[in-house]
Ligand binder design. Sequence first.
Ligand code: DC
Length: 219
Amino acid sequence: MSLIIAIDGPSASGKGTLARSLATHLHFAYLDTGAVYRAVAHSYLEKYGPTIDLDAGVKEAILVRDHFDAKILENPALRLEDVAQMTSKLSSFLEIRAILLELQHNFAHKPPSPARGAVLDGRDIGTVVCPNATLKLFVTASTEARAQRRTKELQNKGISVIYADVLRDMAERDMRDKTRTISPTLPAEDAIILDTSDLTADDVFAKALELAKMRGITA
Ligand code: DC
């Protein structure tokens, strides 16, 4: 059986950085499931524009699942705000989640060779996708700390943004992701909560490695 680390949490909580570092250190495969949802929303926006149509969304999800290539997840356009907002909307449909669940489940249980385990990050990995994960972490931080990080990240990429706008968009998206009835962003009962508001990425990584070791996961 493959070792699985499930990392959930809201956007800009530091979960992606942590997931990537853990996967590299442990030689595990890594899947950014938010990017999978974003890939669906990105091609949806290109073909159908900003109006929501469930049948079209389902079609795009099937295309991404059936022709999955991890390279598409590196497309910088997936990070744009209109894609983020569309992702948050499309990901609230059960029909779309069910299609992508299969992809995520397969990745977790049969990670690409030679990885002996998988790290997945998202919103419902510990609750829905991998309820039997070896280790479940819920990474979070205050909305202000997360908005500050996201503003810096975008500005470093040369994108001109204002903190107040980032904070507003983030709060809006958080609310939708947290209050939706299907797979809301919530920690699993057996998840360990890591609040990263006052921690550096290195602190979070060290803490997570310690927790992984306690579950028998070592490099
Ligand atoms: O983590 P992120 O910001 O890349 O996620 C983008 C959106 O996708 C976010 O609004 C929530 C949604 N998402 C989801 O519903 N389930 C996941 N497992 C991952 C992301």
